[in-house]
Design a protein around this ligand. Sequence first.
Ligand code: AMP
Length: 374
Amino acid sequence: MSILDKTITLHDLKFVPYLSEEKVSKVIDEIAAQLNQEFRNEVPVFIGVLNGSFMFVSEILKRFQYDCEVSFIKLKSYDGVTSSGDVQEILGLEQSVVNRTVIVLEDIIDTGTTLEALLEILGNKNCKQVKVASLFLKPEVYTKKYKIDYVGMNIPDRFIVGYGLDYNGLGRNLTSVYQLKSEKMTNLVLFGPPGAGKGTQAEVLKDTYNLVHISTGDVFRYNIKNATELGTLAKSYIDKGQLVPDEVTINMLNAEVEKNLEAKGFIFDGFPRTAAQADALENLLSAKGVSVSAMVALEVNDEVLVQRLLERGKTSGRADDADESVIRNRIKVYYDETAILKEYYQKQDKYFGIDGIGAIDEITTRLSTVIDTL
Ligand code: AMP
């Protein structure tokens, strides 16, 4: 089934799949595990913030293994109507929380206005302590000082529905999460030397932005594994850490793009690697009325790359990861033949260098910050 087939319409807007039910469930498992660990010796009061949190509250409660109580509060935000973003209590808290541990359960925190109002209300109720757990957080727009104790997932500032969240009342009953469909095509060239983390980041970004990930290295490996003609041809180059000839690679890339014509965009990972490939990509995309949106490059120094690849070689089963001289040759080929593409995209104001060292999710955030501006 293509991405388009899964598009849904709520009122006047189209939404595309963003997070599967399994993914959301896993995220909730992780929060629940922490809550079980930390609150096993007391009877916490969970407070769900209506309407959006009802599903999250239910899932947390199902996973909480000790005695607990649950209550709800309903707040309405007048953001946009009054300049101060006033929040009004619609359905008050009936539960006594004096001297109790309160765990606020929110479906999503964006600017934090609602949370701030709620914490003010709870601040006057002599609770023993107040903790906050949110299924989603939009760190780019969260402006308040309060620490969110348990965050299921940081997400970009995109409009989402499902799993309790709505668009004008609809969508709350969806068991997975959808995001607003953008009509613009986003085509990213994920760039950087071997071992920079392109594949790892592409796996995350393709879900976040609903893009089709094409890794030329992966397609070659698939062909090698299945002993196709293309695979046999490519293997002799790959095993030595050399580039597969342009003509072969470009034809293969064209075929992969043609297979995914209804995609919202692509992440090209490991392509282009030569100027001829970059020209071919431009021709291919312009024939479809689109272009490369940006080259996002992960910058990592060579010694870190060698160490990462040797480490990966212990489990990847890739011959070209197992031998240090092949690894060094791949890095050399990158500088000799591929690094010039930085200038190619810089000339078009499309090059964005990103520090590729740090925790995986930190690097994802750095990439998202750039991609969100495109
Ligand atoms: P990668 O998985 O991107 O590290 O690629 C592994 C190997 O596949 C490379 O060392 C090359 O031999 C070959 N390869 C992948 N992409 C390309 C490309 N765009 N042009 C030429 N060879 C490629």
